[in-house]
Design a binder for this molecule. Structure first.
Ligand code: ADP
Ligand code: MG
Length: 257
């Protein structure tokens, strides 16, 4: 791992339900290196989204710390979030969705720079021909690409994605995974992805953090040392996918349907 840009130390969170307190996260600690892709996996309801929301500052932990790289020139790093349901503004075109955050941003980005960034991101996410259409005219995969491009528009140091592929068919999913690998290469972004798909995780991640049943603890961290681009038919790939599947689901995995 490169120098950490993000260090999680002892994150703990308890929710109150029906007057009872129910722990969700229990002492989660791990580091994320610069330009790393880390996938967070674990059983449904174990606390993955809660962890991502705490990292993104949308929720407070009861105990523990989220520490960003202190060496950054702004005195802290910025994070952007991509949600499972893409959360696009239906009344704005693809291009307007993309630059909406930039126009509001305290960064006060000049208009010609906004245009330049929009063009770069539209081409990186293969959406150039769709700049002027509205979200309802796009497929699920395209909407999700707009959502990723929109998060990238503010040039975040870290991008946080909560199950960004789960509503997509396998072919579209693979396209988006390839787009994310290109984005990391071209924009040097650090990427944290909550996923429930072992094949996708082994395809893109440098490391996979597997959480236990709720209350979530870090059960295991797998380093995926296969070179990119990875081949899902490679026996080493299949072995890793099986290991991850067994750990997450406690059973034998199958190739993607
Ligand atoms: P995951 O993303 O791994 O499926 P979540 O982080 O969404 O899990 O939720 C973890 C657990 O905490 C779940 O059992 C969920 O019902 C509970 N939970 C999440 N948010 C809240 C909340 N705001 N209030 C009460 N319980 C919550
Ligand atoms: Mg979730």
């Amino acid at each position: 791992m490169t120098d950490p840009v993000l260090s999680l130390d002892g994150l703990t969170k308890t929710f109150s339900e029906d007057g009872k307190t129910c722990p969700a996260l229990c002492g989660i600690s791990f580091d994320v290196g610069a330009q790393e892709i880390v996938c967070i996996m674990g059983p449904s309801g174990c606390g993955k989204s809660t962890l991502l929301r705490i990292i993104g500052g949308l929720e407070h932990a009861d105990a523990g710390t989220v520490q960003w790289d202190a060496g950054n020139e702004n005195g802290g790093l910025s994070a952007a979030m991509v949600f499972q349901d893409h959360a696009l503004f239906p009344w704005l075109t693809v291009e307007e969705n993309l630059v909406y955050g930039l126009r509001l941003s305290a960064q006060r980005v000049p208009e010609d720079e906004i245009r330049r960034r929009a063009d770069t991101l539209l081409s990186l996410t293969h959406l150039g021909a769709f700049a002027q259409v509205f979200p309802h005219q796009l497929s699920g995969g395209m909407k999700q690409r707009v959502s990723v491009a929109r998060a990238l528009a503010v040039k975040p140091d870290v991008i946080l994605m909560d199950e960004p592929f789960s509503a997509l068919d396998p072919f579209t999913r693979r396209e988006l995974e390839d787009a994310i690998l290109e984005i990391r290469r071209d924009m040097k972004t650090t990427i944290l992805i909550v996923s429930h798909d072992p094949e996708g995780a082994v395809y893109i991640a440098d490391r996979i953090v597997i959480l236990s049943e709720r209350p979530a603890t870090v059960a295991e961290i797998h380093s995926i040392d296969l070179p990119y681009p990875r081949d899902p038919a490679d026996p080493a790939f299949i072995r890793l996918r099986e290991q991850v599947t067994q750990k997450v689901l406690g059973k034998q995995g199958a190739t993607r349907q």
